[in-house]
Design a protein around this ligand. Structure first.
Ligand code: S3P
Length: 163
């Protein structure tokens, strides 16, 4: 991979981290997940940050993370939190953006109790569905490429064809 970063966007549970990890391994490059980065910087889980500091504080940490990536990270596969492109529309400045598109019904199938617990904005499914409907358009607008993520292997192949 002789290019900048590859940034995977998409709704919660769309497979960004799973795909990013496998892809990085196959391409023999680094993988970075912004939620993990923030948790490590803060030494708190995402849920703790939302509970103690609030969503606005979390978005500030995402912004900090974006600037750090833009200035320091190259040739890396990056998975960003579901709200990242919504709050940071300049996301393309940090790399090539690939939106992993998934139906809400498929996301629901993948989410178990454990996964929901980690995601403060998924606790209320009705609200999560509304958020999903609202965000899709933004994800599409801010992406260099859109890939329907139905099957991990297929998706990885499609990404490899692009880059
Ligand atoms: C969020 C998505 C989460 C995490 C936080 C907020 C969102 O990341 O950043 O809970 O606003 O959609 P995942 O997309 O990895 O679940």
């Amino acid at each position: 991979m002789s290019l900048g970063n590859i940034i995977l966007t998409g709704f919660m549970g769309s497979g960004k981290s799973t795909i990013g990890r496998v892809l990085a391994k196959e391409l023999n490059t680094y993988f970075l997940d912004t939620d993990n980065l923030i948790e490590n910087f803060e030494n708190k889980t995402i849920s703790e940050i939302f509970e103690r500091d609030g969503e606005e504080a979390f978005r500030e940490k995402e912004r900090y993370c974006f600037n750090w990536i833009k200035n320091n990270v190259r040739n890396t596969i990056i998975s960003v939190g579901g709200g990242f492109p919504i709050f940071i529309p300049e996301i393309k400045e940090a790399g090539t953006v690939i939106y992993l598109k998934v139906d809400f019904e498929d996301i629901l199938k993948r989410m178990n109790e454990e996964e929901i617990k980690k995601r403060p904005l998924f606790k209320d499914i009705k609200k999560a569905k509304e958020l999903f409907n609202k965000r899709n358009e933004v994800y599409e607008k801010l992406a260099d490429y859109i890939i329907e993520n139905k099957d991990i292997k297929e998706t990885i192949k499609k990404i490899k064809d692009i880059i």
